[in-house]
Write a protein that binds this ligand. Structure first.
Ligand code: GLC
Length: 441
């Protein structure tokens, strides 16, 4: 076995649970919840560390109750959650011994990461931490001339590149703290590499080796190497730091994600509920519950996961609009999650009326669009043992009504008799028909 095939085999084993769980919660939270204009505010508004200090001095999330967050995630049908332990602003939600720029030095006065991990584990969810490779607070991180630093245009912030290694030592030290001091973590979510700031600039091989030595099972994203298709995870010769899954952002890859030779790779689309990761008080542009349900199905139908984001406010509360959507999605998941967990793509082409997900001989038809007469299943004539409405287990009619007699290669299913009638979808958001196939197609 070559080193590359061993690495790929280990990746497949590590991500087995990840590729079954399919649905997670992303949580972006920190000082930026106070200005409430998103987590890039320091860069967008060229805010200095001194100006940003006012938020550090003020941060006091009196309503922080991660158990409530965990219950909302669990009720939504989410199986794992990833919290920002440190975002680009460098503020640490955990009690790092390497800096005073942390929650335990604010009025919060506690290790917010530890409480998050305890709460989500108690609700039975797997847990992950997001850690920003970028750090706009650290004095040795490139500033003047950087692509994104808030002081990128300020010549007073020229930094000696020889000192960058001190930042990398700091970054490695903090990752070691997270991997060592907070129990079993299931995911490490790094963000993000850009230009020359990628791969061995972060001393990625050393970092991954350290992580794998302490927590060999942990699933890691691909952003140590790249956010884009440059990442060697798409090849049959991945680097040690290519990651265990690709991380498309605010989009669902048109055909899913595979290696150049067509072999599927694990991937997870990270998506916001409105248009911001961090709390943005004025952003009321929320996706509907139907969109979220159908996009989760689209990810699974393409062998991918959905990491759906919430941005709690400065007091520690997830916005009501987000909670309402999660509750509705959870209601659908409570009746239909068999068509999500442990499922993946079908070899059948995408049908006109919606999407397929599949697990072994069980094919799930996600019907988004009403049919005129019976619902057609091209290519499945004679291949379906029986059909049930997933939500209530009721028997559905498999037949070839007189008006479909010309389409002999297709199977036809309807919700009631007579089978040639048109019936409304039991769930207009997404009606799931469970088809037991005589053999996997
Ligand atoms: C982008 C954003 C960052 C966010 C991440 C989530 O990298 O810059 O703020 O945390 O997407 O994937």
């Amino acid at each position: 076995m070559t080193a590359s095939s061993k690495l790929i085999e280990e990746r497949e084993k590590r991500t087995e649970w990840f590729r079954k769980d399919r649905f997670g919660m992303f949580i972006h939270w920190g000082l930026y919840a106070i200005p409430a204009r998103g987590e890039w505010i320091r860069k967008d508004e060229n805010i200095t560390v001194e100006e940003y200090q006012t938020y550090f001095d003020e941060f006091n999330p009196v309503h922080y109750n991660p158990r409530e967050w965990a219950k909302a995630a669990k009720q939504a049908g989410m199986k794992y959650a990833v919290l920002t332990a440190k975002h680009h602003d460098g503020f640490c939600l955990f009690d790092s011994k390497l800096t005073d720029y942390k929650a335990t030095r604010t009025k919060a006065g506690k290790d917010l990461v530890r409480e998050f991990l305890d709460a989500f584990r108690e609700e039975g969810l797997k847990v992950g931490l997001y850690y920003s490779l970028i750090d706009w607070h650290h004095q040795d991180y490139p500033a003047y001339g950087d692509d994104f630093h808030p002081m990128r245009a300020n010549e007073a912030f020229q930094r000696d590149p020889d000192n960058f290694s001190r930042y990398v030592d700091y970054m490695h030290g903090q990752v070691r703290e997270l991997i060592t001091n907070y129990g079993k973590l299931d995911i490490m979510w790094f963000d993000f590499s850009y230009g020359e700031m990628s791969g061995e600039k972060w001393r990625a091989t050393e970092l991954i080796s350290m992580i794998r030595e302490i927590q060999p099972h942990i699933v890691i994203d691909n952003r140590l190497e790249s956010n884009s298709h440059v990442s060697s995870i798409y090849t049959d010769n991945p680097t040690l730091y290519s990651g265990d899954f690709a991380s498309p952002e605010q989009t669902i890859p048109p055909g899913g994600l595979t290696r150049k030779d067509g072999v599927p790779i694990p991937w997870e689309a990270c998506v916001t509920l409105n248009n911001n990761w961090g709390y943005a008080a004025a952003d009321h542009n929320y996706k509907s519950q139907t969109t979220v349900i159908r996009k989760l199905v689209e990810c699974v139908s393409k062998n991918g996961n959905l990491l759906l984001n919430v941005g709690p406010d400065a007091k520690g509360l997830i916005p009501k609009a987000s909670l309402d959507i999660l509750a509705e999605v959870g209601e659908w998941m409570s009746l239909n999650s068999d068509s999500i967990y442990g499922c993946g793509a079908s070899s059948l082409p995408k049908p006109d009326w919606g999407r397929y997900t599949q697990r072994g001989n069980t094919l799930y038809a996600h019907v988004f669009e009403e049919s005129i007469g019976a619902i057609s299943f091209p290519g499945l004539a004679g291949k379906v043992k029986h059909a049930r409405l997933l939500s209530d287990g009721s028997e559905l009619q498999i037949s070839q009504p007189w008006n479909t007699a010309d389409y002999t290669s297709a199977a036809f299913v309807n919700f009631a008799k007579p089978e040639h009638f048109s019936y409304p979808l039991p769930d207009p958001r997404n009606t799931v028909i469970k088809l037991e196939l005589i053999e996997p197609n």
